[in-house]
Structure formats: C-alpha cells, structure tokens
Write a protein that binds this ligand. Structure first.
Ligand code: NAD
Ligand code: TYD
Length: 342
C-alpha cells in the first residue's frame, strides 16, 4: 500500500509514519511544510528506509498537492497536517484557518479530482466542546466549539464529510482525545510540564487546574488510525479516546512526583480565554467496528514519556531554542501569577 501522509513531521504524524514504515505496512510520502511544529529529526529512525520519502510543501498549494498526488498515485491520504495548538490559535488565528480549513479543502479537492481511493481526516474531540458530567460524547453529539483551533477543526470535519455526501468521495473522519508521548512539542500540557520540571522551572497551571482531559498514548492513537484506514466505513466518524480522564492538576502532580520535583514549582496563572472545562468521549464505535482498544496504561505511558525526554535532551534543546522562546513569552507574559519567563 502507498500512502501520502500530511503533517508527518509533527508529533502524531511522525509516530504514525515511524510505525507504518518500520512495520512495513505501507510506503509513505510525507508531505509537510515544516512549520515550527514540523521536525525532520522526528523521522530519523526511519528516514533511510526505501519505504519512506519526504516531500516539502504546503497543503494550501493546490498545484504542488495535485502534482504530488498525480505522481505518487496513493492508495490513501492520511491527513494530519494542521495548526494544532489552542493557545497559539488564540494568539494568532489566521494561520489556523488557513491551514486547517483552506489546506484541508485544497487536499480534498485534489483527492477528488485525482480519485484517491481513501481519505482519512484526522480530527479531535475538541469539536464537541466542553461536556457536562455525566455525559460522554458519541459521534452524533452536537459540535460546540470554543477556540479558533476547535472551530477550524470542526469546519474541516464538515468539509471532509460534505465530500462524502456530495461527491461520494471515500472519506473517513477520526476524532481523538488529547495525545501524549515522545516527540511532542513542549507547548502542550504534558511535554511542557515535563520539560519545565526536568529543568526546575515553574509549572504554569491555568485557572483552578480542574479541567479534565482524556489522555491517549500517541501509539494507541496511531494504531486506531491504522485500523480505521483498513476497516473504517466511508462517510463515518470514529471517536478515539484513551479511557483516562484526569484533571490537569492531577497530571501535573504526577509529573512532579515522577521527576523528583516539589509541588512548590506549581505556578497558578490566569486562565485561558474560552477554556473548555471537560472533554469526554466514548470510543465504542471504533472498538466495535475495528476491534481497536487503547493498550497503554497512563502511569506507564507517562513514565516512558518522561524517560524519553530525559534521554533526548538534545532534541528538547533544539526545539526550545528560537521561536519557542518568543511564543513562551507571548503566551505566559501578563498572566496573573507571572509565569512570564520560563
Ligand atoms: P503538530 O503541531 O505536532 O504537527 C503538525 C504538522 O503539520 C507539523 O509537522 C507541521 O509542519 C505540519 N503542517 C502545518 N501546517 C502545514 C501546511 N500548511 N502544509 C503542510 N504541513 C503543515 O500536530 P499534532 O499534535 O501531531 O496533531 C496532528 C493532527 O492530529 C492535527 O490535525 C490535530 O488537529 C490532530 N489531533 C491532535 C491531538 C493532540 O493531542 N495533539 C489530538 C487529537 C487530534
Ligand atoms: P493543551 O495541551 O494545550 O491541550 P488542549 O487545550 O488541546 O486540551 O492543554 C491541556 C490542558 O492543560 C488544558 O486544559 C489547558 C491546560 N494547560 C495548563 O494548565 N497550562 C499550560 O501551560 C498548558 C499548555 C495547558
């Protein structure tokens, strides 16, 4: 099988490419723009494989996308590329709508014209917005987005599904919960807290820290996408959750304990505007139809992730330099409690 994977230099896309290429499941052409989040070092374990090739480009570039699809003739496109971070989408929404909406549209349109046999659109549980207890969202739950990021993802999901309804294009949409694991850019909660804790820096907790997220180990997510790629029904949506709902403060405390740090590192900072309180989904459909279940226990996955960051200090030093420092200052400066410098 031949795949075009978009965003394969990012956190989840690179895990998917590493798993897919190293198992020999498919050959992969990785189409990635290499934004701040794209890092070819994430592909080092497989980048000399004859099953792997990198194509540097932008999913918004219609000509580039069409030429690549025409040349590769893929059996499927697995679409990860996105601006993926809520805080950045609040600070700077324009690139989020450009890539997540126009980029997805550009890919869908090229895939339709060139009759790509399968299109997996990778999305998020954030499209359901904050969910009151005791409910968990299934795939029919209403969309209620709060951030520019989640609004752009909901829009791209609807676009993808419209291509199935209107053109009978073989599209499948996945909606996963919060991922964690090695190679995650340290702007998201878990890698940011690990990276700061390992360096003895303050740990900025938004609001009261009681917001709930459902944690999914990245390789479990990638196995689910492989299952949906193989067995998912066209025009369908599949939720993919980790069955591990925890308040943020609990996650931070576990990281503090596992890194041998002290809770005095916690810094209470001003809440994120429009902050969703609780994400919760059921993954019954993907389990029933494909047999997938999450395998990684959170305690073990978190420890493995912390150990990975400890032994990959050079990776962390490289991604924390330059642009990251500017972003960190912009996002955390001025938040009451003052986590302005890392
Ligand atoms: P990431 O930010 O780590 O990586 C995104 C990748 O997309 C980068 O390699 C970047 O260079 C590339 N990219 C960005 N704009 C591009 C463009 N215009 N053209 C080509 N490439 C471009 O993201 P991630 O955390 O790996 O998330 C991947 C996908 O999974 C996203 O669609 C995201 O919405 C979805 N998702 C993420 C999570 C999570 O917890 N991180 C959870 C559920 C769903
Ligand atoms: P994040 O990793 O940005 O993912 P998302 O917003 O997509 O769920 O944030 C996860 C949770 O952690 C969210 O409730 C916001 C919170 N958070 C903090 O408390 N402090 C931080 O520095 C960050 C980045 C996130």
């Amino acid at each position: 099988m031949k795949l075009i994977v978009t965003g394969g230099a990012g956190f989840i896309g690179s895990a998917f490419v590493r798993m897919t290429v190293s198992s020999g499941l498919a050959s992969v052409v990785n189409l990635d723009k290499l934004t701040y989040a794209g890092n070819l070092a994430n592909l080092a374990p497989i980048d000399s494989s004859p099953l792997y090739r990198f194509a540097h480009g932008d999913i918004c570039d219609a000509e580039f996308v069409a030429n690549l699809i025409a040349e590769v003739q893929p059996d499927a496109i697995v679409h990860f590329a996105a601006e993926s971070h809520v805080d950045r989408s609040i600070l700077s929404p324009a690139p989020v709508f450009e890539t997540n909406l126009r980029g997805t549209f550009t890919l869908l349109e090229a895939a339709r014209q060139l009759k790509v046999p399968r299109f997996v659109h990778v999305s998020t549980d954030e499209v359901y917005g904050s969910i009151d207890e005791p409910h968990d969202a299934d795939e029919d739950y209403p969309l209620r987005t709060a951030s520019p990021y989640s609004a752009s993802k909901a829009g791209s999901d609807l676009l993808a599904l419209s291509y199935y309804t209107t053109y009978k294009m073989p599209v499948v949409v996945t909606r996963a919960s919060n991922n964690y694991g090695p190679y995650q850019f340290p702007e998201k909660l878990i890698p940011l807290m690990i990276s700061n804790a390992l360096a003895g820096r303050r740990l900025p907790v938004y609001g009261d820290g009681q917001q709930v997220r459902d944690w999914l180990y990245v390789e479990d997510h990638c196995r689910a996408i492989q299952s949906v790629l193989a067995k998912g029904r066209e025009g369908q949506i599949y939720n993919i959750g980790g069955s591990c709902a925890l308040p943020n403060l609990e996650v931070v405390k576990r990281i503090i304990k596992a890194t041998g740090q002290d809770e005095s590192l916690i810094e209470w900072v001003k809440d994120r505007p429009g902050h969703d309180r609780r994400y919760a989904i059921t993954s019954d459909k993907v389990s029933r139809e494909t047999g997938w279940e999450p395998q990684m226990d959170f305690e073990a996955g978190l420890q493995y992730t912390i150990d990975w960051y400890k032994t990959n200090q050079a990776w962390m030093d490289a991604v924390r330099s330059g642009e990251y420092q500017d972003y960190y200052r912009k996002n955390y400066a001025g938040r009451a409690g003052g986590a302005a410098s890392e």
